[in-house]
Design a protein around this ligand. Structure first.
Ligand code: SPV
Ligand code: MG
Length: 552
């Protein structure tokens, strides 16, 4: 028998620069290396990552462990495509080579060819097939399991080698003769046949308690091609002994799934019994570890790089006043909580804002604060609501006024398209002005708005319009501010600074929002105007409410 010492002629690639070397080449180099190398079992993406993290150079995708993790038996109950799915996750999750436990090849030479093709496509480095019959039985179960016909198994190896699309893909032929009670001679006969058929390595398996028969086999084999071993039952034999007989690759075949079973069983049992995490929290991986293993840091960096930051503005809704003109209707609740067709005015506004992407709400309450009930909004109370105006309420909005936000009166009802128009306006401060309804926009009105350009009904007219003044001081108005305003982060900062200045000079308490806008305008601000014509109303008296109930 010719003796070729492959390991003497081909040196392993150094660890330096392995990233540039394909996974299959790295596994092949491990097999051909003169040193004993180690790979470790994994059964999914997570355990694969942990194997790599520990420093192993390669992964054993164990059939037993993958089956166990899927909750099935190691009897080809998981189909080969289901195993392939798991392998794809493992391969994507790791950068080290994977040697797959291909059982018997899932059928004859033809089924094995297809498996090899698919493994190559998924960047799997190699496959190990065993000379038993499909469906396989785990080697540690029963005895005298029937072996495959040598010729048939050689044909399978040849077919696999002939169809691999990656030249460095390795096929390891696993000999089950010793497991099935055959003498070493039979194992050697098969090893030679599989080597001649083109196997890149042979795996000699044993279920003895000591490694003696493996050591004898290796001495007899004499390095005709690389040898792989799985010391699951003969674990007590010192590793050094295998090094001495030139074993190429040692597989720790199932120890991650066994470790996981023990740990999961223990944690489940104790939590079931103790019903508290107090004594257990330190015994499990911290959540941050889970995110780290999943690679969340990379996702965060990529989100910064690739994801358009969705603008998710806040809304500050000013809802402190009772609405005394509504008399008894507001005896128990502020006017923003009056019902319009089964939904409060405030809830309607919150719903409309939500459909426009607003996620955070701050409602400044005052009168009958407890009656302001809207789900998932933050409430801030203006305790001095009776003596103060809306500017003081706005000043209580806190951080909500520190980023993009919508500021709105809590008692307005409007068609949602008005919000779309406001949201689309690219300005630091933008206000909605109703150019219709001149009656309510008469001189002396608090919301009367003077604009740089009057409203033009021409659809194509998109002349920029700015607010030049607002409130009782305006003699000739162009419309009425409806109580809806949008602020960019910069606009919000300027409003905040103005409120602070007003607080400092004592004018804040009695000020209205128009007062704040006028102060900004006086300082050079040019709030953008978005004209509308009707389609909204505010609820000041019973007549308004009746109208709201008609239109909303
Ligand atoms: C596996 O890990 O599935 C193996 C090795 O085939 S063993 O279970 O030791 O046979
Ligand atoms: Mg197996």
């Amino acid at each position: 028998m010719p003796v070729v010492d492959n390991k003497k002629t081909i040196r392993a690639t150094s660890a330096v620069g392995t990233a540039a070397v394909s996974k299959s080449k790295r596994l092949r180099d491990m097999l051909m290396s003169p040193d004993l190398r180690f790979i470790m079992e994994a059964h999914n993406g997570l355990s694969g990552k942990i194997v790599e993290e520990a420093g192993f150079e390669g992964i054993w995708a164990s059939g037993l462990s993958i089956s166990a993790a899927l909750g099935v038996r190691d009897s080809n109950e998981a189909s080969w495509t289901q195993v392939l799915e798991v392998l794809e996750f493992m391969s994507d999750a790791t950068t080290i080579p994977i040697l797959v436990d291909g059982d018997t090849g899932y059928g004859n030479f033809n089924n094995f060819r297809r498996l090899v093709t698919k493994l190559c496509q998924r960047d799997i480095a190699g496959v190990c097939i065993e000379d038993k019959l499909f469906p396989k039985t785990n080697s540690f179960l029963g005895s005298n399991q029937p072996l495959a016909d040598i010729e048939e198994f050689c044909g399978k190896i040849k077919a696999g080698k002939d169809c691999q699309t990656d030249p460095n893909f390795s096929i390891v032929a696993r000999i089950e003769a010793l497991i099935s009670g055959w003498p070493i001679e039979e194992a050697l006969r098969r090893a030679e046949a599989y080597h001649q058929a083109g196997a890149d390595a042979i795996l000699i398996h044993s279920k003895k308690k000591t490694g003696d028969e493996i050591l004898t086999f290796c001495r007899e084999w004499g390095n005709r091609c690389p040898v792989v071993i799985v010391p699951t039952t003969y674990y007590a034999t010192p590793t050094e002994r295998f090094r001495d007989v030139n074993v190429s690759l040692l597989i720790w075949a199932n120890h991650n799934v066994r470790a996981a079973i023990k740990a999961m069983r223990e944690i489940s049992r104790r939590l079931y019994e103790e019903q508290t995490l107090i004594t257990l929290e330190d015994e499990v991986a911290v959540l941050g570890d889970v995110f780290k293993l999943a690679g969340n840091e990379e996702l965060e960096r990529s989100e910064d790089r690739y994801l358009a930051k969705p603008k998710s503005p806040h809304a500050v809704l000013l809802a402190a006043t009772r609405g005394t003109a509504l008399a008894d209707l507001t005896k128990d609740k502020p006017k923003c909580m009056l019902d319009v067709r089964g939904t409060s005015i405030l809830q309607r506004q919150v719903d409309a804002l939500r459909t426009h992407g607003v996620r955070d709400f701050t409602v400044v309450t005052g009168y009958k604060d407890a009656a302001v009930i809207v789900a998932d909004v933050a409430k801030v109370r203006n305790a001095n609501y009776a003596e103060t105006g809306e500017a003081a309420s706005l000043a209580l909005a806190g951080t909500a006024l520190a980023s993009d936000c919508i500021v709105a009166y809590g008692d307005i009802v409007y068609r949602p398209f008005i919000l779309s128009m406001l949201m689309e306006k690219d300005a630091d401060i933008a206000v909605i002005v109703d150019a219709a309804g001149s009656g309510s926009a008469a001189a002396g009105s608090m919301d009367l708005a003077a604009c740089s350009v009057p409203f033009a009904a021409d659809y194509l007219d998109d002349t920029p319009v700015t607010l030049t003044g607002i409130g009782t001081g305006v003699s000739k108005g162009d419309g009425r501010w409806v109580g809806l305003m949008k602020l960019s982060a910069a606009g919000a900062a300027r409003v905040r600074a103005t409120l602070d200045a007003m607080a400092a000079d004592g004018t804040l308490a009695k000020a209205s929002i128009p007062d704040v806008l006028n102060r900004l305008i006086a300082a050079g601000e040019k709030p953008a105007v978005v004209y509308i014509t009707g389609n909204w109303l505010d609820v000041n008296d019973a007549f308004d409410l009746a109208q709201a109930r008609n239109v909303a």
